[in-house]
Design a protein around this ligand. Structure first.
Ligand code: GLU
Length: 576
């Protein structure tokens, strides 16, 4: 026993904090700058957006827990230390590779529109509300899925005692944790909106002043909720005191919402078929509808398949012309066809049909940026006409990648949508999401219905793209990111950098971003990506330099494990 303990202490985890890892624009002209070496390990690895959360997961993995067990511990801590991004009051999508069976499973823990929601939820006098007018308050809150997803993943794939998985988070919530720089910064930036609700203001703006970096923050209400979850499972969230607190908060908000206790009691996790697209001989697999993540990432890669990106390399404007326009074509289909397929017929298979993608890829065969981009006509079984979607997504969210010692892999993107969600803090000590604003505020366009309009019991379309890349039936890469609809570009870029350009996962994650969704080419400000602006403009793109706040966490699985954490945020990869 003593020897084992001594060994444990000696083998300190490979641990990398990437915060200083930015690419100096003037130091290099190549996109590929100096970045830290990736974290490597032999047995297990966890990469998540906050060191305390990753450490909680590492403890579980070290003690023999599975990736599902570790996820519960990571999520419980993230909800405390990174409350603006994800938590019990939100939703998530999870992709799981099961080493024992070789099966890939995707679970949908997306927030759901209450039964009393109508297609005009975000309209006033027939006009769509302004985005933040809709976000702040009770109207935007969807029935949370994260607590039930944690329980479901543990029920299916866990082997550690459920109750013990909350110990770390309860400890930090009761004893206090040091507010991180990012949390402090975001509170300051959002102070005005946080002040709109009394309970939210009391927590984030104590005595009227924004939380400061390094300040010790305690959340006894959250600790009590976690204790209830630990003792009674997700039921303790979906009924009883916690549920009543959620509904009371939503209903008494300045802009009240329509959620009831019945909505919470009726919530369910949905297992969905994984969406996989072949790319360079591997299968890129992820979350299907209601997420547009795997379909749009898959379309981008499928459209690029005929083009030799490897030879072009990351510094070639031609490579980025192809990637940018492949992405615009994919976003055109996303806007037209993608929504919750439980509610609207969707050509899910047709959208990633190899023949359809091969034909559409020919649109990229010219030399210049496309002057016109519109949705294609994927093959499908139901004749349906949809109008293009008009919903907005702004970045917050968090991504967790885990591989355990048994060879299971987990990729989970978890969110409360906007930074600080609806800005409503439930009495249980967690923020409530604003996920319903991922629906289109408008119901029709020129008389044609929009697939992603609000409907009771429906799940808003997402961009979250938790991904596992499979080679010969085995996982080789686990990746995902926050970033609103730019998630799709971040994830596609990381896969291309790793698979086509041979970069290790840390270099692939750190590589400056160039993201195109609807026409404007966003290049990452302050990085060497800006160096491509002129050439991209000459190719016919409208280029805009801006901050691109991804939060990629990736693990490559080869001889051993290699992890990368996004230098743009506070995350780490830990492995042993
Ligand atoms: N609500 C977004 C989605 O589900 C995610 C928001 C974000 O990444 O910041 O796609």
């Amino acid at each position: 026993m003593r020897i084992a303990l001594a060994l444990l202490l000696l083998v300190s985890p490979a641990y990398a904090q990437q915060a200083t890892d930015s690419v100096a624009p003037e130091a290099a002209t190549s996109l590929v700058g100096e970045v830290s070496a990736p974290v490597t390990s032999d047995n297990w690895m966890v990469a998540a957006a906050n060191p305390l959360a990753a450490e909680a997961g590492a403890r579980v993995l070290r003690e023999g827990g599975t990736a599902a067990d570790a996820m519960v511990a990571v999520q419980a801590v993230l909800g405390l230390v990174e409350p603006q991004s994800s938590g019990l009051g939100g939703g998530a999508f999870l992709v799981w590779y099961d080493a024992a069976t070789g099966a890939l499973t995707t679970l949908d823990g997306r927030e759901t529109a209450p039964m009393a929601a109508t297609p005009t939820l975000f309209q006033k006098d027939g006009e769509p509300l302004g985005f933040f007018d809709a976000v702040v308050g009770g109207l935007s809150v969807g029935t949370p899925g994260t607590p039930m997803l944690m329980e479901e993943a543990h029920r299916r794939w866990g082997r550690t005692n459920w109750g013990s998985l909350f110990d770390e988070a309860i400890g930090h919530a009761e004893d206090g944790f040091a507010v991180s720089l990012r949390l402090a910064m975001l509170v300051t930036e959002d102070a005005e909106r946080l002040a709109t609700s009394e309970a939210t203001a009391a927590y984030f703006l104590p005595n009227g002043a924004p939380l400061q970096k390094g300040e010790t923050l305690r959340n006894p209400a959250y600790a009590a909720t976690l204790r209830a979850l630990a003792a009674d499972g997700a039921d303790a969230f979906y009924s009883g005191e916690v549920a009543e607190g959620i509904v009371a908060t939503i209903r008494s908000a300045a802009q009240p919402g329509v959620m009831t206790l019945d909505d919470l009691a009726a919530y369910d996790i949905k297992e969905r078929p994984a969406v996989c697209v072949e790319y360079r001989g591997a299968d890129v697999c992820g979350m299907g509808p209601p997420s547009s993540g795997a379909l749009t990432v898959g379309q981008i890669l499928g459209l690029l398949e005929p083009y030799d990106l490897a030879t072009l390399g990351p510094d070639s404007a031609e490579a980025w012309r192809l990637i940018g326009d492949a992405s615009r074509l994919a976003f055109a289909d996303r806007g037209r066809y993608m929504a919750d397929s439980d509610f609207v017929p969707m050509p899910t298979k047709g959208l990633v049909d190899p023949a359809y993608l091969a034909e559409r890829a020919q649109l990229l065969s010219g030399d210049m940026a496309l002057t016109e981009v519109s949705a294609g006509s994927p093959p499908w079984d139901h004749a349906m006409l949809w109008a293009d979607d008009r919903s907005l997504e702004l970045p917050s969210t968090s991504h967790i990648s885990i591989v355990d010692q048994y060879g299971n892999a987990l990729s989970m993107t978890t969110t409360i949508e906007n930074g600080f969600g609806s800005r409503l803090l439930a009495p249980g000590g967690f923020l409530l999401n604003n996920e319903l604003t991922d629906f289109s505020f408008e119901t029709h366009s020129d008389g044609v219905p929009i697939a992603n309009r609000v409907e009771p019991g429906k799940r808003p379309r997402s961009s979250m793209a938790p991904t596992i890349v499979m080679q010969d039936g085995k996982p080789v890469l686990v990746v995902g990111s926050p970033g609103g609809s730019r998630i799709i570009g971040y994830v596609a870029k990381t896969i291309i950098a790793h698979m086509d350009w041979g970069m290790d996962v840390q270099a692939a994650v750190s590589l400056p971003h160039l993201v195109n969704r609807f026409g404007t080419y966003d290049v990452e400000a302050g990085t060497t990506a800006e160096g491509l602006s002129e050439e991209l403009t000459a190719l016919g793109f409208e280029v805009s330099a801006r901050d691109l706040n991804s939060g990629l966490h990736a693990i490559a699985i080869g001889e051993g494990l290699t992890g990368g954490a996004d230098p743009r945020r506070e995350g780490v990869a830990i492995g042993e």
